[in-house]
Design a protein around this ligand. Structure first.
Ligand SMILES: [Zn+2]
Ligand SMILES: [Zn+2]
Length: 310
């Protein structure tokens, strides 16, 4: 009897260990190589010859922040914090602006709280974002998840916003899933303005399709007049160390957070491609949308400017 109990206990222990390994560590490493996933030469070939037409600034407006364990953003990242930020980016030229991402509104922020002690929502910043979208030439989103689209999906003036929205077909198709609540027809019935290929949408701004995290995920490559290059990667990684260590989110997130699930194979290949891109281009600023520590460091360096131009 005792022997049976011991065998059963050992089997249970092995099963639990296996489940923990699977949920927290398995299937998280990028492949050895990812040829052809991204080509910075292709992106650069789409930049204008005349540098005076390039943007002058990249600005970041933080709408909210929170804190979660590092192992949520990167499998195996135990004992570290992930200082999460919810933000929008404003690309500025002397005569125009372009806004990337719609962040979260107050209700969504409250529904997503990870740490009661650390989370915050800036209602004034959200109002600034709503107004900035109506002054922008174009509004694009890195992807259609709820924490990137609320100022689009719940904009108080969807009719004025719609002509500025430059979305791809999968984003428009998937937006209703994440928008929470009915979309205004002006947005729901929008026609795609991106064709799913690498495309320049303004002088110095190139959109790179990157389906994986969501069907409509894309990168935004920017060169400013000072010659610096920036790559907004949305949620391909939630923290830059995920790219540096070639390690994506734990499988656990597929069950707890994503519905529908990510295409992990594509995300892992993109991590490898981004890792190699950073190694070959050390001056390129690669920015995961939620990496609060990295974004703050880039603001301190002057690579990003805090707050939107109004
Ligand atoms: Zn996302
Ligand atoms: Zn996100």
């Amino acid at each position: 009897m005792l022997r049976t109990i011991l065998i059963a206990a050992a089997a249970l222990g092995i099963a639990i260990s296996g489940a923990v390994w699977w949920l927290f560590l398995a299937d998280s490493k990028a492949p050895e190589a990812a040829p052809g996933v991204f080509s910075i030469e292709d992106w650069r070939s789409r930049l204008p010859e005349d540098a005076s037409t390039l943007p002058t600034e990249i600005r970041v407006l933080e709408i909210g922040r929170d804190k979660a364990p590092g192992f949520a953003a990167r499998a195996g990242g135990f004992g570290t914090d992930w200082n999460t930020t919810y933000n929008s980016i404003q690309i500025v030229w002397p005569d125009r602006t372009l806004v990337v991402d719609g962040a979260i509104d107050a209700a969504t922020a409250e529904g997503m709280v990870q740490s009661q002690a650390d989370w915050s929502f800036d209602a004034a910043a959200y109002e600034t974002l709503l107004a900035a979208m109506l002054k922008a030439d174009q509004v694009v989103i890195t992807h259609e998840h709820l924490d990137h689209v609320m100022a689009v999906a719940r904009h108080p003036d969807p009719v004025a916003l719609a002509p500025r929205l430059t979305l791809n077909a999968p984003q428009i198709a998937t937006l209703p899933i994440f928008a929470i609540g009915a979309l205004d027809p002006a947005i729901a019935e929008l026609a795609p303005r991106l064709d799913g290929t690498v495309q320049s949408i303004a002088p110095g701004v190139v959109i790179i399709p990157a389906a994986g995290h969501t069907p409509g995920s894309q990168l935004v490559f920017i060169r400013t007049q000072d010659g610096r290059e920036t790559l907004l990667i949305g949620d391909v990684a939630w923290s830059l160390d995920a790219v540096e260590t070639l390690t994506t989110r734990p499988v656990l997130t597929q069950y707890m957070i994503f519905d529908p699930n990510e295409d992990r194979t594509s995300v892992k290949a993109q991590l490898r491609a981004l890792h190699d891109l950073m190694a070959a281009n050390p001056d390129l600023a690669v920015i995961p949308a939620h990496d609060g520590d990295h974004i703050r460091a880039l603001m301190e360096e002057g690579r990003l400017i805090k707050g939107f131009r109004e």
